[in-house]
Write a new protein. Sequence first.
Length: 329
Amino acid sequence: MKALIRSIGAYIPKNKMTNDAISKIVDTSDEWIVSHTGIKNRYFAADDQANSDLAIEAAKQAIERAKISPEDLELIIVATATGDYKGFPSVACILQEKLGALNAGAFDLAAACTGFVYALEVAKNFIESGHFQNILVVASEKMSSIMNWEDRNTCVLFGDGAAAAVVSRAQEADDDSAIIYSFLRSDGSGADALSIPAGGSRNPIDLERTKKEDLYVYMDGRRVYNFAVKAFTDIIKHICDKCGISLDEVDYIVPHQANIRIIEAAAKRLKQPMEKFYINIDEYANTSAATIPIALNEMQEKGMLKKGNLVLTAGFGGGLTYGGNLIRW
Ligand code: ACO
């Protein structure tokens, strides 16, 4: 029994913010942001739009494209680090109600920017075990809700967005299409390199003592950069070795869109042309767990993804977590 991505959808919120607009808020410039990250724009949710409001739009599109009804879903997994609420209720449960997915279990998955890669592997296993036939995998982030607008080191990097995939049991007519293999790893020794320092059980909010900046994303950029370049190459080499394929057989590498320089460094190490890597960080910035499925959706809509194509995803992020999926489209 095989699992495949039956359909994909995405939602990008409306408020576009250029680097020049960010330069009016913090001491930065379009030149610095483009040259250090490759980012030109990002989109932000409206104040009254929570994570699930982005997720629902992506989910509806994926469900419609899969030609199934919400009642056909048996599980909803939402990869996110920016839920509507802290801890619970999960975005997945809010989505379950909004969709009318009356037969679905629902939970959120916390693997930061690697969330979609992890969630796809979880869904794959539930399908392959024969337990479920249709699972909705969503990656949705409202990064603007955890960004410190006084910290130029981080606030220039992120955007909001959501994407969703219906993962289903493959039928005979699907030929070789499948999620073939996933590689999942973590390195908790780097937990402090990327975190929201306060507000959890380690450091609960104390209205008198908690520092405002500790409620937002903290990142040791250099440490994360070094980790990401190594993780990226490890993922790709491991998947190729394990699956007995050469990188030349892979049609597209779809990387987490954190920084164009991370992708360029990995391409150089892997001796691969940049054309093989799908890149849209210039337009959407880093939408955390959502970058990879937003890219897949865009590739699909552009007609780039043909049946039979071999696609390799590579994600890395807070935790630290990293991993990738090999997908026969
Ligand atoms: N505008 C202008 N100057 C800035 C800005 C900014 N937005 N941000 C930092 N600087 C300054 C710094 O203050 C520093 O100045 P100084 O030398 O006077 O102290 C200078 O630029 C260089 O700072 P570095 O941190 O060395 O800059 P670097 O070239 O490493 O780029 C960056 C920083 C882009 C964050 C990089 O380290 C990086 O990409 N790290 C990877 C982490 C990442 O991509 N995270 C995304 C989220 S996590 C994830 O998705 C995995």
